[in-house]
Design a binder for this molecule. Structure first.
Ligand code: NAP
Length: 205
């Protein structure tokens, strides 16, 4: 019987969450034999202070709505509730304390973000703390990206998965709403209804 827990932590701004994120999380769950995936909406993204980002509470709520029917998915308020800018290293240290030394932690996020890890706060602490699953979109030149970043990533444990559904992107979804183009079938229906109800993305994008 397996006693270690294997946890996926799906980190992202989720502005908004879409089917690409959900498919990627399900794919990671199955491919890496994870016990569950915890969605971790970024509270106050360290790199996006200048950009317009929807409130953490609204991004958190959309993530809850989108994942509610999947018993293997959870959503954490950890980053949303932590004061100050959000740093992934603080989250992984807190999760390590919560789940104990034997838990296997897999941080799942977009490949572009993973390639910047070397520039993240205290990135040297990730070694031995968690592993990474970097998710790519179709057409992504993984080979070139890996060779360009080889040195920076050499001390990290990273796996890559391509997720065709990630042809959907949050940037495109925000533009679609602003331009009154449809988002149906790109996000779960209750998320589309939430966006409409609170008039997200309709002004200033
Ligand atoms: P981003 O720069 O907005 O996104 C980079 C690319 O990755 C986009 O194409 C994005 O597509 C995709 N992506 C983001 N999250 C994804 C996910 N969970 N699954 C699949 N694709 C994903 O990245 P971000 O959302 O700000 O940051 C990603 C994660 O890295 C977050 O958890 C963030 O807190 C963390 N991070 C930490 C630091 C730090 O500790 N210093 C710095 C930067 C980022 P979509 O737009 O469609 O999602």
């Amino acid at each position: 019987m397996r006693t270690k827990s294997r946890l996926g932590i799906m980190g992202g701004t989720f502005d908004p969450i879409h089917f690409g994120h959900l498919v990627a999380a399900e794919e990671a769950l199955v491919q890496f034999n994870l016990d569950k995936v915890i969605f971790m909406p970024t509270g106050h993204p360290a790199r996006k202070t200048e950009q317009q980002v929807t409130s953490a509470e609204q991004r958190y709520l959309m993530t809850v709505i989108a994942t509610s029917s999947n018993p293997d998915f959870e959503v954490s308020r950890m980053e949303v509730d932590r004061p100050g800018l959000t740093y992934t290293v603080d989250t992984m240290v807190e999760l390590r304390e919560q789940y104990g030394p034997h838990a296997e932690l897999y941080f799942i996020t977009g490949a572009d973000a993973v390639f910047e890890i070397a520039t993240w706060k205290e990135s040297e602490r990730f070694e031995g703390l968690c592993r990474f699953i970097a998710v790519t979109r179709p057409g992504y030149d993984l080979e070139a990206a890996v060779s360009e970043n080889a040195q920076a990533l050499s001390r990290l444990d990273i796996d890559f998965i391509e997720v065709p559904a990630l042809a959907i992107s949050s940037t495109d979804l925000r533009a679609r709403v602003a331009e009154r183009r449809p988002i149906r079938y790109l996000v779960p229906e209750p998320v589309a209804a939430y966006i409409q109800k609170y008039r997200l993305y309709s002004e200033g994008y």
